[in-house]
Design a protein around this ligand. Structure first.
Ligand code: NDP
Length: 324
């Protein structure tokens, strides 16, 4: 039978943003419920080595970090729910969410931390070689390609920034783009073209990724020229797919303002949406930084703002009662 779960603080999403919001929310006495979603733990559970999350001298594993975050959230009083939200009602506090299980979740505040997913090319070899040379995050994995030959695929801001970032580790970086011009901002393009360690391959579509001779790592990126149809194979150690991200915001279409790329619009410098009591944190509202540590930071901000919102709500209710 369907159950209604009530809480002061309902959090949708269980990556670093959602769990950080939960840790702060629980410690502030809001007894949060986190509905975990289809990928409990978020994007970090599909990465391996993490070297840039502060506090750990040695390399840690993404799934382990998320298990620890969840354990910490539960330890301070968070209830974790294995469910996926299919619908939300945002007419006013309390906010309601309906799970795939049929259960209803009701929160006086709602924190949206549903994240984003890197887009993949969907070509042969990409999935098989993911983590063995194919990656979607240069900031996360670039370090592992020190002194090696790397390629970046894409022509937007992300691709150009990733190519520039990779020059910190490699002096052999190739940007591969399917057209003959980039959509990245001019200033980034200028920096890219001026960089001695970066070359650009124009009009090249990626047909697939092939493994090295021993089958254990990436060997080549397999290309087709979009003008001539000529095929080629570019030997490389690391390939970074940078063709954009897709925020998980289908649930909120028509209910919250989304930008042209589908990210939730928040008041600048805050996790506040246009609906009082509804907050968004992490990659679902941030297409620029997209790091575990920034997601955790905005999760903390959402919890602090949620606490203030609830204090105001309680104060108004107490005042109304006193008058009555
Ligand atoms: P974009 O959508 O801007 O660019 C995606 C790029 O990938 C395009 O060049 C596109 O090619 C290419 N692409 C898409 N699909 C494929 C495919 N199947 N095969 C080959 N290439 C493909 O995404 P970004 O992630 O770069 O940027 C997203 C948003 O975030 C933008 O608004 C951007 O400005 C912003 N951003 C801002 C930053 C900053 O301000 N510092 C940093 C990073 C992002 P084509 O050009 O042919 O369509």
């Amino acid at each position: 039978m369907a159950t209604t779960h009530k809480t002061r603080m309902l959090i949708i999403g269980s990556g670093p943003a959602g769990l950080s919001a939960a840790i702060y929310g629980a410690r502030a006495g809001m007894q949060p419920i986190v509905v975990q979603g289809l990928q409990p733990g978020g994007q970090l559970t599909i990465t391996t080595d993490v070297e840039n999350y502060p506090g750990f001298r040695d390399v840690i594993q993404g799934p382990w970090l998320m298990q620890e975050m969840q354990a910490q959230a539960e330890h301070v009083g968070t209830r974790m729910m294995w469910d996926t939200i299919l619908d939300v009602t945002l007419d006013g506090s309390p906010f309601r969410a309906t799970g795939d299980s049929g259960d209803i979740y009701e929160g006086d505040v709602l924190v949206i931390a549903t994240g984003a997913q890197a887009k993949w090319l969907g070509v042969p070899g990409e999935q098989e070689l993911s983590g063995k040379g194919v990656s979607a995050c240069a900031t996360c994995d670039g370090f592992f390609y020190r002194g090696k030959k790397v390629v970046v695929i894409g022509g937007g801001n992300t691709a150009v920034e990733e190519a520039l970032y990779l020059t910190n580790h490699s002096n052999d970086v190739t940007l591969i783009h399917r057209r003959d011009s980039l959509r990245a901002e001019k200033i980034l393009q200028e920096r890219l073209f001026a960089h001695p360690s970066i070359k650009v391959l124009w009009n090249q579509a990626v047909e697939g990724f092939s493994a090295s001779a021993d089958g254990r790592a990436l060997g080549t990126v397999d290309l087709v020229d979009t003008v001539t149809g000529a095929k080629s194979q570019v030997p490389t150690d690391g390939a970074f797919v940078a063709i954009g991200h897709a925020p998980a915001t289908d649930l909120f279409k028509g209910k919250l303002e989304l930008d042209e790329s589908g990210y939730i619009v928040v008041q600048p410098g805050t996790p506040k949406t246009a609906i009082p009591g509804v907050f968004a944190c992490g990659d679902v509202m941030d297409h620029t930084y997209r790091q575990a540590v920034t997601a955790a930071g905005t999760g903390c901000m959402a919890a602090l703002d949620a606490e203030r919102f609830l204090a105001d709500l309680d104060f108004a209710a107490a005042k109304a009662e006193a008058v009555a």
